[in-house]
Design a protein around this ligand. Structure first.
Ligand SMILES: *Cc1c(COP(=O)(O)O)cnc(C)c1O
Length: 398
């Protein structure tokens, strides 16, 4: 992979005509070290946030050994890259063939579920000659509120704590280790989300009267975006630790988490070119069908910066973006704050696209990604503190 110090180096040196992905392995490494050193349990990476092999390897090199995979393609991908990683198949609704292949070919032992049908499916798919597997870790997914989060994961999966007792008891029978998992929704803006969810875990455990070996608090750990500035992550870990310690099973159980966004957001940014300007709307060469799906569909505001050889003295104003396809829906409202003299031919760096950015890219209408370049500067935001001297333009120390 090509290497260049930062976005300006790429813009001036290569004058790219397609969106360029700038990746920062050092930022992923730092995020992983933070979780490994501060989260009071096991941190797995939720691969769907960004399945890039380079990122997966960078996280492994930093010490992440567990990966939350949600499809057979993700199982195969991570197993192919990391023969010794522990893979946990945490999608509560899976195909029978996917479960069987994951168990028999790729060594997956941990599965999640939220219904008796799925439990039967897992038991059947992992049996050998009619003899049930005795080495399964099965995690019952509870339905918890997404009210503190920017993206809900509350309606699709999970069983309510009040209704979970029969499923927990049946799963206890089939499992070597029984887990309870949940997801508070992505970009949880308050640690209270985890406290409330852990209170639901307590309700479920008490009602079922089962011993629980794993409590998995899922993902949802926030990154920093304009207008979304959560409190520091170690405060989240403290709230989780307190909620977990107050459960009747904490003396013998393990605590897990599954961050996707928090381990990957700072890993990548995208350098786009302005192709045209009409008043406060910029026509850029990436969009809703590229790395800006969330900007278009859930009004996510990513940080942006003008990338130009000479500094602009113009005042800042709010812009909206149109992406390159012919579709009206390829529109990112923003507002994205940029110098008022920005014009066609200028480049913009859109930051914090390592999570749910390039992972969502399609080739619709013939617009695809350009090169991927390793950058050595700092990401536009960081939740983890910058320790060394750095020449980054925008750094928030926390
Ligand atoms: C998406 C997902 C995650 C990661 O969520 P983030 O909000 O990116 O941290 C973790 N676990 C499960 C089951 C998921 O579906």
């Amino acid at each position: 992979m090509h290497e260049n110090h930062n976005a300006l180096g790429v813009a001036l040196g290569q004058k790219p005509t397609q969106p360029v992905t700038l990746v920062r392995p050092h930022a992923a490494h730092r995020a992983a070290r933070y979780f490994l050193e501060k989260f009071p349990g096991t941190s797995m990476y939720a691969v769907k946030a960004n399945p890039s092999p380079d990122l997966i390897r960078a996280l492994w090199d930093a010490g992440i050994t567990h990966f939350d995979v949600a499809s057979i393609a993700e199982v195969r991908l991570v197993r192919g890259l990391l023969p010794h990683a522990t893979l946990c198949f945490m999608h509560p609704v899976k195909g029978q063939e996917a479960i069987a292949e994951a168990y028999k070919v790729h060594g997956v032992r941990t599965f999640s579920l939220d219904s008796l049908t799925e439990l039967d499916k897992i038991v059947e798919a992992t049996a050998t000659d009619g003899v049930a597997a005795t080495d399964l870790t099965l995690c019952v997914r509870l339905r918890v509120s997404s009210s503190h989060s920017k993206l809900s994961l509350a309606s699709k999966f999970g069983i309510a704590a009040e209704d979970a007792a029969p499923l927990l008891m049946a799963t206890r029978q089939a499992a070597d280790a029984l887990g309870i998992c949940f997801h508070v929704g992505s970009q949880a803006m308050s640690p209270q989300a985890y406290a409330e969810a852990l209170a639901q875990v307590r309700v479920a455990i008490v009602a079922a009267g089962v011993t629980v070996d794993v409590v998995d608090v899922g993902g949802g750990f926030p990154s920093i975006y304009p207008g979304m500035e959560p409190s520091a992550l170690d405060g989240y870990f403290e709230v989780i630790s307190r909620g977990y310690e107050s459960l009747p099973v904490s003396y013998s159980a393990e605590l897990w988490c599954e961050p996707g966004r928090a381990l990957s957001a700072e890993y990548a940014s995208v350098l786009v070119r302005v192709e045209a300007r009409k008043d406060d709307v910029l026509y850029i060469n990436d969009g809703a069908y590229g790395s800006l799906f969330d900007a278009a569909h859930v009004a996510w505001r990513f940080p942006v910066a003008l990338v130009r050889g000479t500094d602009s003295r113009a005042k800042t104003m709010g812009f909206s973006f149109y992406g390159p396809t012919c579709d009206d829906m390829d529109f990112m409202h923003g507002p994205f704050d940029l110098p008022a003299d920005i014009q066609a031919g200028d480049y913009i760096e859109v930051g914090m696209l390592g999570a749910y950015g390039s992972a969502m890219r399609t080739g619709f209408n013939g617009f695809t990604a350009g090169a991927t370049v390793i950058a050595r500067d700092e990401p536009m935001e960081t939740a983890y503190g910058v320790t060394e001297e750095s020449d980054a333009k925008v750094i928030r120390l926390r």
